[in-house]
Design a protein around this ligand. Structure first.
Ligand code: GLN
Length: 549
């Protein structure tokens, strides 16, 4: 098999939704019966996004193989069946790192190491390693055309057209056509400039995806086509939509998938889009509504909980329900103010996080959920805090804590486990306070065995699951007995029984903490079982509240 490559660049400004465009193209090609894979090339110098502040860069998405990646990989996995990992996200930093290591090892035999060809070759290798993985590989270049850091990537994909040939490569440029109110007109000049910039570095776009607030009239499409030297029928309107899952359908209406297969000279069936059509129809007509309080740190920036927001939305879709999220900043909202907000909620969620900021507020929210029997979902840090809350307020260990926040607590219910067996690498891992940051996390998909009589089992309907992790701290097994005796159940364990993956409170209608991040595996067409069940529980809670007053 020989893979054909689609390269997606962006112009005019950032945040045009290139990632969603790439993902939607993937969905359309899959709907035509083709297999796809996707890759993101990010121009920044960080070696991976793992250590980047979610405030600046949005969520760190985690793949099955434990790669900490750009959040666009989340879009790719949500829209397609592609299985992504380390190979599917490269930063400039990672590319340079590898070139410099080769230089240090003497692999360039004393030659002068340069951007062209050494860096560009390294990039080309990163891209072409996907050959054979799928019928089509969609490669998205981060940033905007004209960025200094992006140039080596642009040069590499320019060279690739020569290497791959015209029928095996396609350039799609995502640009912006603003509507200027005072003139009452859509303006094409920014697009013209952006394409000029792209052509000045040797890339002639085959297709233009024009982000705009309104439909581009035919006359405007032909004007853009003429000025940018792109066929008129390849100037595609990418109009703002109410719901991101409409994008594949809109692109199809514009003929985008047809133009792509035609350019790449592939014969396929017409796309089967009924699953997407049904999804969009269901989203448009919710029968119910629930309100979920999300108590966390990065609540001001929605991008930092991207997958979580999507997973809650999917859980809503699965229950024909709209999900309203009340984002509560646990550093600012405490005490009565917090209780008042939580009283409005049908479900409470404490997401993952690092560091001690905002912890007391999150603990208060968990107490509220436990005592008032409101459905509760705690994810990663959220599960660890649920354990701490239970230890302090139910098991009578007032100083219980995680060693992440208190290194000398007498009751370290959450701690760094010194030694544990790692299924992913089949090795015994050693962790302590001195091991380097970043290198010691449990990352990627791990198996978990679920006890049959549990909330988790009823949600999954399966006794073995694989879920993705990203954390250092673990439940301390010395506390299984004392916490178990007063009502905490350990319903999900690693196959060797050593790592606690799921906890539940026995006499609570729906209280579940998981050490993993289920949100990374939820898809609109396959909502995640835990989110489906959590929203269902929230709906039940709401209904019983309305009945009983
Ligand atoms: N800070 C916690 C740990 O490292 C939880 C991490 C998370 O929520 N992703 O274990």
């Amino acid at each position: 098999m020989k893979t054909k490559f689609i390269f997606i660049t962006g112009g005019v400004l950032s945040s045009l939704g290139k990632g969603l465009a790439a993902a939607s193209i993937g969905a359309l090609l899959e709907a035509r019966g083709l297999s796809v894979t996707l890759q993101k090339l990010d121009p920044y110098i960080n070696v991976d996004p793992g250590t980047m502040n979610p405030f600046q860069h949005g969520e760190v998405f985690v793949t099955d193989d434990g790669a900490e990646t750009d959040l666009d990989l989340g879009h790719y996995e949500r829209y397609t069946r592609a299985k992504l990992g380390q190979r599917h996200n490269y930063t400039s930093g990672r590319i340079y790192n590898s070139v410099i290591s080769k230089e240090r090892r003497g692999e360039y035999l004393g030659g002068t190491v340069q951007v062209i060809p050494h860096v560009t070759d390294e990039i080309k290798q990163a891209v072409t390693q996907l050959d054979g993985e799928a019928d089509i590989a969609i490669i998205e270049i981060g940033g905007t055309i004209g960025d200094i850091e992006g140039l080596p990537f642009i040069e590499a994909i320019r060279q690739l057209r020569g290497d791959l040939g015209k029928e095996n490569s396609l350039y799609i440029h995502v640009t912006y056509v603003p509507y200027i109110k005072t003139a009452g007109e859509l303006k094409t000049k920014p697009t013209q400039h952006s394409v000029k910039e792209l052509r000045s570095v040797g890339i002639h776009p085959d297709i233009l995806l024009c982000r705009t607030e309104m439909e581009l009239p035919q006359g405007l499409k032909s004007k853009i086509g003429l000025f940018c030297d792109v066929k008129e029928d390849r100037v595609i309107t990418a109009r703002d939509v109410d719901c991101i899952y409409e994008v594949p359908l809109r692109f199809h209406q514009e003929g985008l998938d047809e133009r792509i297969v035609e350019s790449l000279n592939i014969w396929t069936r017409a796309p089967i889009l009924t699953p997407w059509e049904d999804l969009v129809a269901r989203i448009g007509q919710p029968q119910h509504a629930v309100r979920i309080a999300m108590v966390g740190k990065y609540v001001n920036l929605r991008e930092s909980y991207k997958s979580l927001n999507e997973a809650l939305f999917h859980g809503g879709v699965a229950n024909s329900s709209r999900v309203e999220i009340d984002y509560i900043n646990s550093e600012e909202v405490r005490g009565d103010a917090l209780a008042e907000r939580l009283a409005q909620a049908d479900g409470i969620l404490v997401p993952g996080g690092f560091g001690s900021r905002g912890i007391p507020g999150k603990l208060e929210a968990i107490t509220y959920a436990r005592e008032n029997r409101i459905p509760f979902l705690g994810i990663c840090l959220g599960m660890q805090l649920a354990v701490i809350e239970f230890a302090r307020n139910v098991a009578g260990l007032p100083l219980a804590d995680s060693t992440e926040f208190s290194s000398n607590t007498p009751d370290p219910v959450i701690y760094l486990m010194k030694e544990w067996y790692d299924y992913r690498t089949d090795t015994v891992q050693v962790r302590d306070e001195t091991t380097q940051k970043g290198g010691t996390m449990r990352l990627g998909a791990y198996p978990c065995r679920i006890e049959e009589d549990s909330v988790a089992y009823r949600a999954y309907g399966a006794s073995e699951i694989f879920e993705r992790h990203r954390h250092r701290y673990e439940f301390n097994n010395s506390y299984r007995e004392p916490l178990g005796e007063v009502g905490l159940s350990f319903t999900g364990l690693s196959p060797d029984g050593e790592l606690v993956e799921i906890v539940e409170i026995k006499n609570h209608p729906w209280f579940l903490g998981c050490q993993f991040h289920p949100e990374f595996k939820s898809r609109p067409l396959e909502p995640h079982p835990l989110f489906r069940a959590f929203i269902q529980a929230a709906l039940n809670y709401r209904a019983s509240n309305n009945d009983g007053g």
